[in-house]
Design a protein. Structure first.
Length: 277
């Protein structure tokens, strides 16, 4: 790692917040905090949770798109929760809804063995914590379930739910702890025991030398892939090679659109068109 890249990696580490996937995943490994966050979002009580895998990767077929879930949790009743921190606001409004559709399908196929009855499928919650409003309606919480169009109060009963949090929305209709957590994501001082515990966990993570080395290694891998894209672009005599690499990093959740656009030397709006092309 040369001096410039080491300096950049160190600054990136120091600037990390709960809104960064790396820190969010580390903090959510604390069962007490993860359990409490789920309870605050869903207004339920959970006795205990477990992490089936440290990082949940789902591969159904060799030629299909794989999925890496940020925080994959199971409770004592077998209910599954996938929690994702989402900082990239895609140009097309159906990107996130369709991603949750794909995640749902992959989670279902992962738990159901060949020959098993469909009744063996688990109750699942897919939760996206967004630093933007995914539906532009000003709410902090959007909950979607399968209902009958002719009788909206009638649930189909497939036991699935897709939930989107918006850190920039109105705090109306959500509890104090969840509101304080969203405010903390927005950079405000932690308020209340729950969010203060989250903030303490963030600081503890950033003081952990092993995590620091892990992140800086991760940062250098980003730089390596970016440099490779730049070299491929130069060989082709155009910038498309580098842009393709940056788009790939955004799709993988390793860069935000804002960060990638800055590195590509273009506006966020122009880069979003590349991401959704």
């Amino acid at each position: 790692m040369d001096k410039t890249n080491r300096t950049d990696a160190l600054k990136a580490w120091e600037d990390l917040t709960i809104a960064d996937n790396f820190i969010f995943q580390k903090v959510m490994r604390k069962k007490r905090l993860c359990k409490r966050l789920i309870e605050n979002i869903l207004n339920i009580k959970i006795r205990k949770i477990t992490f089936p895998e440290t990082e949940k990767d789902i591969h159904v077929r060799r030629d299909s798109k794989s999925v890496r879930l940020d925080v994959y949790v199971e409770d004592e009743q077998g209910t599954l929760y996938d929690i994702e921190m989402q900082t990239t606001d895609y140009a097309t409004p159906d990107e996130l809804p369709k991603r949750t559709r794909y995640y749902q399908a992959m989670m279902d196929m992962d738990v159901l063995n060949k020959g098993e009855l469909y009744t063996k499928l688990r109750r699942t919650y897919i939760i996206f914590i967004c630093t933007f409003d995914p539906f532009d309606r000003g709410r902090s919480l959007y909950t979607f379930r399968e209902t009958c169009q002719e009788e909206p109060a009638f649930l189909m009963g497939d036991e699935t739910a897709k939930i989107f949090l918006n850190s920039k929305g109105s705090r109306e209709g959500i509890n104090h702890d969840l509101a304080a957590f969203l405010d903390y994501i927005e950079g405000k001082s932690p308020q209340g025991k729950f969010t203060e515990s989250i903030a303490d966990a963030v600081e503890a993570a950033k003081e952990n030398k092993e995590m620091k080395v892990e992140y800086m290694t991760f940062f250098m891998e980003l730089r390596r892939r970016e440099e490779k894209g730049r070299e491929e672009g130069l060989k082709e005599g155009k910038a498309e090679g580098r842009w393709a690499t940056l788009v790939e990093l955004v799709h993988d959740g390793l860069l935000t659109v804002k960060e990638a656009a800055k590195r590509a030397g273009m506006s966020e709006e122009a880069f979003r068109k590349l991401v959704t092309h």
